[in-house]
Write a protein that binds this ligand. Structure first.
Ligand code: SF4
Length: 292
């Protein structure tokens, strides 16, 4: 059973839904629909959709909209994806980046355990297309774990994204209930290995509060991420997408977000976004600007 969100959070959610930008919500949605592109903003029912769309930003979801995993906190549809990656997607995505005048683009995907490389070559194709068609645009990838396949990770790294993000999402104790199919150590290893391969690559991770974690466990996760050499971290409130998803265990207060932000900065993270509505890609350009 989900706990009711406190009034202050409901107000923040209302404002985010309405959007604080210049009112491009419909225009952004129409443009993406016309280009046949999917966003995680829609697929994951992100509470910031109105706000981000009203600022002409969105996070692209590539490799389809059906995920082969079934994390119980996530609204993205899970099942058996149909067909190979869409070869026209990289060009249409570049078109959207250019029409939206983005200077920083965040791209993520469903997990595609059905593909031999997990979709890594499609990611690389997207990055190379963007470098060619939208030079100067910062490219941030939020990747799945590719089942720990080093070759897949290397394929992505060789395309030279500016930021590589991989979220641990929650504390390791909760993986068995909310993140089956993933492996906390594998995720840490991915971040560490990426940094070892390309020390100048900016790496980023994130997790949610409100799934049942304890303060000590959060401290451990922050320490583990810092040890991988991770540069940036995001911390936000888990909001259950529906009654069929994992329930919210608690709503963290603003002072707790401030406390974790300071703790993360003490551990050496160069940029920390911590707040109830923070998502991995929320205001990504602004947080990247803090360290660029
Ligand atoms: S926070 Fe990210 S996923 Fe959510 S609406 Fe904004 S860009 Fe989309």
């Amino acid at each position: 059973m989900n706990k009711a969100a406190p009034a202050w959070l409901m107000e923040e959610l209302r404002q985010a839904r309405r959007g604080r930008g210049k009112g491009y919500i419909q225009e952004t949605g129409d443009l993406l629909a016309r280009l046949g592109l999917t966003t995680v903003c829609d697929s994951a029912r992100c509470p910031n959709r109105g706000d981000c769309y009203s600022h002409h930003t969105a996070t692209f979801l590539i490799l389809g909209d059906v995920c082969t995993r079934g994390c119980t906190f996530c609204a993205v549809r899970c099942g058996r994806p149909k067909g190979p990656p869409d070869p026209g997607e990289p060009d249409r995505l570049a078109e959207a980046v250019s029409l939206l005048s983005l200077t920083h683009v965040v791209i993520t995907s469903v997990t595609r355990d059905d593909l031999s490389d997990g979709g890594a070559s499609h990611y690389a194709h997207v990055v190379r297309t963007l470098s060619r068609r939208c030079p100067g645009v910062k490219v941030e990838l939020l990747i799945p774990d590719f089942q720990g396949l080093r070759d897949s990770l290397l394929t992505v790294l060789e395309a030279r994204p500016d930021i590589l993000t991989h979220n641990v999402e929650t504390v390791p104790r909760l993986y068995g209930t909310v993140r089956r199919g993933a492996d906390y150590s594998r995720s840490l290893a991915l971040l560490k290995w990426a940094k070892l391969q390309q020390p100048d690559l900016i790496t980023k991770s994130g997790f949610m509060l409100g799934l049942g974690e304890t303060g000590d466990e959060i401290k451990t996760v922050l320490g583990d991420l810092a040890e991988t050499g991770c540069d940036m971290v995001t911390i936000g409130q888990y909001l259950s997408p529906s009654l069929a998803h994992a329930p919210v265990d608690r709503y963290a207060l603003p002072e707790e977000y401030r406390m974790w932000r300071l703790a993360a900065l003490d551990l050496g993270f160069k940029s920390v976004a911590s707040g109830p509505l923070v998502r991995s890609s929320y205001k990504a350009s602004q947080f990247f600007g803090e360290i660029a």
